[in-house]
Write a protein that binds this ligand. Structure first.
Ligand SMILES: CSC[C@@H](O)[C@@H](O)C(=O)COP(=O)(O)O
Ligand SMILES: [Zn+2]
Length: 204
């Protein structure tokens, strides 16, 4: 594994940390190396700090290759990398992605249309629709991975986990971060739109 990979993952982590996106040690990240092994964040540590304990080198199937505990959700990154050409995988908990996942969870997805930011997902036509799947959140990681797998259909993508967080992956770190940030914009937009509509209805 090259120093570049470690540097790259540090940059992704620090960019997310600068926005306070690892509350209560939640969230985890993974990058795929050229030899298909992964570098993932260490489980349960303060992700606002970066030191030599921050990342764990794991095999392509998620087995640790050093004396550190990899993320409890390594399996999700493993499934994404196994099925795609993605190189970076991001898992983040925010209040917005949790509230959206709960409000729309029974529908199994949330759709966005006529919103400029869906272009971040390569949807450029006026009537294009961005559909983000929402899966349930079983505590067993193998069951969770089993629910995620059918939605891993492209080299970049996004899935919401109900009352848990979001998984986003891309062919590069830049792509994964772009999709994550665009999705969070859309989630916040939808929540504010719902609140504004509710308020206006109450006024009438
Ligand atoms: C601290 S609660 C969140 C965890 O249960 C988990 O969902 C998470 O995102 C972080 O787990 P981790 O093992 O540190 O990668
Ligand atoms: Zn999580």
């Amino acid at each position: 594994m090259t120093c570049d990979v470690r540097h790259n993952l540090s940059i992704v982590k620090e960019r997310l940390a600068a926005r306070n996106l690892f509350p209560g040690t939640s969230g985890n990240l993974g990058i795929r190396n050229d030899d298909n092994t992964l570098l993932v964040t260490t489980s349960g540590v303060d992700k606002y700090i970066t030191n030599n304990q921050s990342f764990v080198h794991v095999s392509a199937t998620g087995e640790p290759l050093e004396e550190l505990k990899p993320s409890l959700e390594t399996q999700l990154h493993v499934e994404i990398f196994k099925r795609t050409k993605a190189r970076t995988s991001i898992h983040i908990h925010t209040v917005s992605n949790n509230v959206i996942s709960e409000i729309y969870g029974d529908c199994g997805s949330i759709e966005f249309r006529h919103q400029e930011l869906i272009k971040a997902f390569g949807l450029w036509q006026e009537d294009d629709v961005l559909r983000i799947p929402i899966i349930e959140n079983p505590s067993d990681i193998n069951q969770l991975a089993h629910l995620l797998v059918p939605h891993i259909q492209s080299d970049y993508g996004i899935v919401l986990i109900r009352n848990h967080g979001v998984n986003v992956w891309g062919r590069t770190s830049t792509e994964a971060l772009k999709l994550f940030e665009a999705a969070e914009f859309l989630f916040e937009y939808q929540l504010q739109l719902n609140a504004a509509r509710h308020y206006i209805k109450g006024e009438m």
